[in-house]
Design a protein around this ligand. Sequence first.
Ligand code: PMP
Length: 443
Amino acid sequence: MGMGDQIRKQLAAAALKRQLERVSGEAAASNAHKVEAPAEDKPWNARARFEAMPLYQQVSLMRQMGDTLRVQSPFFRVHEGAAGATTTIGGREYINFANYNYLGLSSDALVTARAKDAIDRYGMSASASRMVAGERPVQRELERAIAQLYDTEDCVAFVSGHATNVTVIGALFGHGDLIVHDALAHNSIVQGAQLSGAKRLAFPHNDWRELDALLARVRHEYRNVLVVIEGLYSMDGDFPELERFVEIRQRHGVFLMVDEAHSLGVLGASGLGIREHSGVAPDDVDLWMGTMSKTLAGCGGFIAGCQPLVDMLRHLAPGFLYSVGLAPALAAGSLAALERMQAEPERVAALQARGQQFLCEARAAGFDTGTSAGYAVVPVITRSSLKAAQWANALFEEGINVQPIFYPAVEERAARLRFFICSTHEPDQITRTVETLARIAKR
Ligand code: PMP
């Protein structure tokens, strides 16, 4: 591609970015139901059209961005088999860095056999809420196993990790309460806080000193206060100093919730997550939240904690009470994955070794890996959406599948490729990937 072409593409990308900024601003405003249509074109005077919604315009612009940059969309790719360290797309095998199958258990023969047995015994669906339609033994077995893992009194499982955060935070807190979360908190945490009606504040990423100062200023104005952090941040691959947050929890009299979506099976010598990594006591954290969709090779979310907490959620959290129980096959498969993780700590060790290898080799090649600690998530920060898209495309052509993250998902200067590493990646797959990327970056 000539220099003129490059400049034209960059100008087009910048124009699109400005348009996107404007449209996302409008979308946010319209979501907040604050925009009053002018009297002459009240929406009900014409046929209601989804295409007129700012949200749809945002989607169209995202598509245009791909066309203008002449990059193939990296989204919604169809995988033709189980995706792990490698995957097959369009009949071709790729080294795969775009999934959360951290311990390679999603297609493990023992795990899938247990899921199949559960289907044969209980059928596909739990078909209704557990409170009214009853339980399947395997749902409680999974919950007890997770409670044992966290050394808590009990645990409750939900059908989605995202819905777990939304319904749990939304149900437990309300007007007059305060929810404070890390600035890089997952969307589900933010949505839960918004649903709750509590005041919501964010503190700078991993900055416990700022959190401490914030609570010193405002704690007394609220009844219940919840602090939410994550065990491993999925955009940057870094983690909080949990013991500092535990100390703040005790001093300010607040609830502490840790989302272990990306740290269970990843941190700690036996994969027990950030609790094992940091050595805090099980009851130093009030809500241990996690997902079954990553290390546990299934789908769903959980909360492990004390009995009163789990009792409240089992009886009154809308996302539990008014939603179907976890499918028996998913409960059985995730329980099998949990047992496998505990029986084979070498999987955790392999994941940690591969993560460190990726981080060291990427840094040695001169890439900006941000604050990644080299556990399962390593970003390569490109600082340009265009570059992230082009590098991801070029890697794909070379048989390597990785997701670019670009504006508006992150700020333009934070655009990146995000590599998810799993225990089943071979060392030479990682070396080949970093070498290929270094070659592409030099072009
Ligand atoms: N919490 C965090 C930190 C996540 O990254 C995710 C999704 N990756 C979720 C919750 C939601 O989990 P699930 O995809 O299993 O619904």
